[in-house]
Design a protein around this ligand. Sequence first.
Ligand code: GN1
Ligand code: MG
Length: 368
Amino acid sequence: MQNIVSQFAIRGTVSEIKPLGEGLINDTYKVTTVEPDAPDYVLQRINTNVFPDADMVMRNIKAVTSHIRQKLKAKGEDDIDRKVLTFIPSKENPEQLYVTVPSPSGESEWGFWRLMIFIPNAITKQAVNPDSSRAAGKAFGNFQAMLADIPVELGETIKDFHNMEFRLQQLREVIANDPAGRVGEPEVQAMLTEIDKRADEMCKAERMGREGILPKRVCHCDTKVNNMMFDQQDNVLCVIDLDTVMPNFIFSDYGDFLRTGANRVAEDHPNMAEVQFDIDIFKAFTEGYLSSAKSFLLPVEIENLPYATALFPYMQCVRFLWDYLSGDKYWKVKYPNHNFVRANNQLHLLLSIEQHWDEMKQFIQSKL
Ligand code: GN1
Ligand code: MG
């Protein structure tokens, strides 16, 4: 690993490299340096099963981070290195923000690695309260606002990632093949009935996109609570985990945050009675988001924020169920029906959200 780090244009002498965080997709390490004035770094191997075009991922990230950096400078912000991620170029090619490493046995590439500056004195959270939700809403709105005029077209790093029609199609295919022999389970059938009932309504974003009334904008597309860094005073520093940054409907960022932030329990909590939508978190996040995003959002986007709130638990239910029926190939599982429990949790979150339509709509109106 020392060897990999030495292929990047770093400052300082490496003293230690050890695993960092609990990410389920990429492998992450903290690289500590000896000199007090040299930064520490975060080394990551990109999971090319999930992100087949790692070069595209890094080109997107380069465009996004340099654009945000310019914006922060223009605004006269201080401490910019803590407010946007800084990726270190390879020594061999200063234009390239990753290095490739051959496998130990030499026959193929072992991995795409990248290195970024470690942001000191920052924390991530697994859960939010109304204050941190408001701050998060504002930060994701700002993130979209800063990227509204990015001069390059970003690539789609995972094709059809948040395309609801595609996710339902994937589910239908796995039902037809039933590779794990799980389709006949009564609980699965009951869930499929709930999914079918809502399928048409939930695909409306794709239809509006085709009709040309709903734009795609640069979005983060993985706005889970833990993809944001806070300082010790609970101010948002920056948004991290930029692999999925790509053009999408703004519903992605708004809806996916609420899916994790406004669930009273974790996304795999097994007691369905405790899966509840927290309307206070919804209100705080929405208030923060609208404060920074309402200047560029179209009426059709604002009107459909309650739909976005429902869409993401629905989509995640479909995706977890798809993986359960596939035989657990995508998400790591800790016990045999873990993916089914996750899917059921998301369905119950959706049912709870559906109890709050009017309240959500009224609240949004009151903030315009
Ligand atoms: C994955 O990598 P992570 O844990 O932030 C997934 C998201 C899902 C999430 C569910 C690339 O996110 O789309 O919402 O799991 N990311 C990818 O926990 O599939
Ligand atoms: Mg993450």
